[in-house]
Design a protein around this ligand. Sequence first.
Ligand code: G4P
Length: 526
Amino acid sequence: MSLDSEISKRRTFAIVSHPDAGKTTLTEKFLWYGKVIREAGHVRAKANRSYTVSDWMKIEQQRGISVSSSVLNFPFEGCYFNLVDTPGHQDFCEDTYRALTAVDAALVLIDSVNGVERQTIKLMDVCRMRKTPIITFINKMDLDGRDVLELLDEIESVLQIQTSPFTLPIGYGKAFKGVYCIADNTFHTFNKEDGKQEILQMSSADDPKLIELCGEEYVKEFKNRYDVATQAMEPFDREKYLAGKQCPIFFGSAVNNFGVRQLLNTFADIAPPPVPRESNIRLIEPTESKFSAFVFKIQANMDPKHRDRTAFLRICSGSFERGNKVLHCRTGREIRLAAPTSFLAQDKEVIDKAYAGDIVGINDPGLFNIGDTLTEGEKFKFSGIPDFAPEFFARVTLLNPLKSKQLSKGLAQLSEEGATQLFSALSSALPVIGVVGELQFDVLKHRLEAEYGAEVQLDKIPVFGIRWILGEQKSQETFSKEYRGDCMHDKNGNLVCLFPNEYRLNLAVKNYADLEFNNLSPASPL
Ligand code: G4P
């Protein structure tokens, strides 16, 4: 098969949702359709505490949550899907954001009862920034959820994206009858008891058969929505979808495997194959014959028995074969990709060939940083999104002073993975760590102890916000003298200040008009 046709089959995406919206359940159904698992129910059941296939780390298992992104591959209807998982807990980290830099499309999953929730809003900000095309699945239609038009309105106003319903529900909760597909006038019946689904052809949304099947009351309600969707809302426009301005909407129930196939079919049809990527010198087309990729995630110690580190590569152009030599652009070194792996979470599989759009893991002997570019010879660097400002900070005190080497190594390696940011305070020798989600403190503490033997105490620092201080060296020096107690350096030596309250920040901004107070780091990791 030619390079172009291999690449055009790829669909690399992430699921964006708030915890409990049903991401694991939906993923499981996808894997089932992809024939990767034989039985739905294989992935896990929360109640008996066996865990999702993407739960790698011990802490994830202890808590029964997923805190690190993983990658799953599955085939479906001639397409090859790479699903980049985004951690599902309320507290998430930069890793989650970064996962979104590796995908070409996203699926937004919304719980029909709760509507648009906090974590979805945060993740959608990243999608919007990157103009990622979005398809939305409104889940749990078998429960008494919110009014459909109200939900659509909320998506439009809160997520700032135009909606285009592909299906509309008839009834909901206990009286959920199924969904009506607007494009081909079919009615897909929902039957919770025996799980049987029928697809019935209707002449139009006014077909009297609908009333026979669903009852007058529900059809009347549906017709109202149908009229609004077809008359008052803009019709689907693929260009707008691809530009991240309009999102198709589906309704269903993941746990009942209802509406999932329709969703996947449409996804295969309209989601983009690998898209061109910006670099510092030119736009890199996926179908270029030469290989290029960037590292979007590094994970240490996935296998506790072997001290390993895996770098996750998103291939952006061309293909590569096992054993190929590539250029590590940052260091100028030539390296051999000896055993690239694809993932079904724990089940790593060595692969022989991978194409643009694919995500592969390679063994990292400590060579890679997040954002590193690998090519077949040309020197360039993929551009990406800036570091996200951490929101929570803590001082790290080592409880056993003999382990200081292990602590430094652990802090450095874990911050290279990108889940935590490491700072050195100007006024104290104790390292400071910053995280985007508070749960990362627990993860860090646990991993420092489990993987590096360094037991630590973390003392949270109450802060209003962090700012990177940019400007003339001299003004920076004056500033850092006055604010010494609150100032630190980030991993690149940039000056940052932790402001304890808004008043102090405003005062500093006023008194140091020649300095910039940025809430994003000046260094871009990709
Ligand atoms: P997450 O990964 O997004 O956190 O969500 P997950 O799939 O774990 O689903 C959260 C809960 O929502 C689970 O129930 C799951 O069974 C339920 N769920 C998912 N889809 C649907 C749906 O379409 N309808 C209904 N009614 N429920 C749905 P749980 O009680 O937390 O776990 P479990 O005991 O069912 O495994």
